[in-house]
Design a protein around this ligand. Structure first.
Ligand SMILES: Cc1ncc(COP(=O)(O)O)c(C=O)c1O
Length: 459
């Protein structure tokens, strides 16, 4: 990637930019990438796919052998270091996606690699039939630095939410008198995303994710995110088992809850005997500049779910609970073959060592403010930019048009960003180690690519 100075001195032109030295190929079958996860199918467009034989082979094999669930961007990535990614053609990208808020310490962090190799030479996996030290150490560490008393490990965010659903149901059954019906229903919110399995998807607001798979878990009511009055009326004693809420919504469009909203949910849950569950799978673990996003609000949940960044890119999830919930859970109520393996827990402990450092968190907060200032200063005047929002390094740029042409143009110029919401929000969730120069570079690329929005939406 060009340095910031050489980049600023050399305005982007399609013929001179480093990443454009490769021949443009008309891609005929690429779907529009409207989000990391969603495909708004089949508006054909010209992208800059990796065009080497190797890249083409990978894409052809993917098309032939994988179930077509992902509308992938047309680049094949091979390696990464820090905040940079490299494709199979050697092209360099500044990564403002971090594997969707996963690689918080960037790619191939030296300390994580060391722990991984060390533990890899010792013990990878043992069944949860046996004890292992890294698992209990990681649980203790999470308890010591949170509201929680106990931890259940999973392999992903959706599984952490499935665990939370089961624990909430079991808790309600446990405290309800024998012979009486326990509260069974759940509240979730507009723009929520909680995962893809049958319970978590039932709590996910986007119908497109849910309806093709119905019947999903019954008994979920969606309320407007932020609507205090509606929430107060809906959280009814004897009916609602738990309320699921993201303190900051990621996939839904980078919307932050207000303190009043979370406080109202806390009070309503306490009054009704329902559990308050914070899904911090995307916004948790340092991304906001606080270890946990809810610390910014001073309101604690009964259960919190985590995943994405917890082991720096290795698959892990966790469901953290208070003692009163954990008391309701017995042997055999839940389990997982892979969850909590020594290899992954050991890496997660190293991730926590680094992210928990108050200086690290203060830097995330400072860089987040800097990023929002840069974006407001440099993009704020554009007619398509409606709002720049977020906390720490989870930032959204809301547009009045679909963001996909901007995301594509940025990628052509070596910057990876995501979309969110209804496809009209550019989502920035970089590695938390990103430098101020890199944030400035990213802002300049986005600014220079803004005209792609006019080209795409001229009618
Ligand atoms: C808030 C939130 N919850 C749950 C999930 C699901 O996590 P996973 O993809 O690891 O199952 C996601 C994934 O994006 C998420 O953002």
């Amino acid at each position: 990637m060009a340095t910031l100075n050489s980049f600023l001195m050399n305005p982007i032109s399609r013929s001179t930019h480093l990443h454009r030295q490769f021949e443009l190929t008309k891609a005929t079958n690429f779907s529009k990438i409207s989000s990391c996860l969603v495909s708004e199918k089949s508006q054909e467009k010209t992208l800059t796919p990796s065009n080497s034989k190797k890249a083409k082979e990978i894409m052809e094999m993917e098309a032939k052998y994988l179930v077509g669930t992902y509308a992938r961007a047309p680049i094949a990535l091979e390696r990464g270091k820090g905040c940079k990614l490299y494709d199979v053609d050697g092209r360099e990208y500044l990564d403002m996606t971090a594997g969707i808020a996963v690689n918080s310490l960037g790619h191939c962090d030296g300390d994580l690699v060391e722990v991984l190799v060390d533990q890899g030479n010792s013990l990878w996996h043992v069944s949860n039939v046996y004890y292992s030290l890294p698992q209990v150490e990681l649980a203790k560490r999470l308890v010591d630095c949170s509201f929680a008393d106990r931890v259940f490990f999973t392999n992903s965010g959706t599984e952490a939410n499935e665990a939370a659903i089961k624990f909430a149901r079991k808790y309600q059954r446990h405290i309800t008198d024998v012979g009486k019906e326990p509260p069974r229903e759940f509240i979730s919110f507009s723009n929520s995303f909680h995962g893809r399995t049958m319970g978590a998807v039932a709590l996910t607001s986007k119908e497109h994710y849910r309806i093709p798979f119905e019947p999903v878990m019954p008994g979920v009511r969606f309320l407007e995110y932020g609507n205090i009055e509606e929430a107060k009326k809906a959280v009814v004693s004897g009916k609602i088992a738990a309320v699921f809420v993201e303190p900051i919504q990621g996939e839904g469009g980078i919307y932050s809850a207000t303190k009043e909203f979370l406080q109202a949910l806390r009070t309503a849950c306490d009054d009704a005997g329902a559990l308050l569950i914070f899904d911090e799978v995307q916004c948790g673990l340092g991304r906001t500049g606080h270890l946990w996003a809810h610390e910014a609000y001073g309101i604690a949940p009964d259960i919190m779910t985590l995943a994405k960044p917890l082991a720096g890119g290795l698959p892990i999830g966790a469901c953290l609970t208070t003692e009163k919930v954990a008391e309701a859970i017995n042997y055999g109520d839940h389990g997982s073959t892979f969850a909590g393996s020594p290899l992954i827990c050991k890496v997660a402990l190293k991730v926590l060592d680094k992210i928990q450092d108050p200086m690290f968190l203060a830097n995330v907060a400072r860089k987040g403010l800097h990023l929002k200032e840069l974006l407001s200063e440099r993009l704020g005047g554009n007619r398509h930019v409606k709002e720049i929002r977020g906390l720490g390094l989870i930032v959204g740029i809301e547009l009045d048009v679909p963001a996909s042409s901007l995301v594509d143009a940025c990628r052509d110029y070596g910057l990876l960003v995501l979309t969110a919401g209804k496809g009209n929000v550019v989502r920035l969730v970089p590695p938390l180690i990103i430098s101020e120069d890199e944030l400035e570079y990213a802002t300049e690329v986005i600014k220079k690519c803004l005209p792609s929005l006019d080209a795409e939406n001229k009618n």
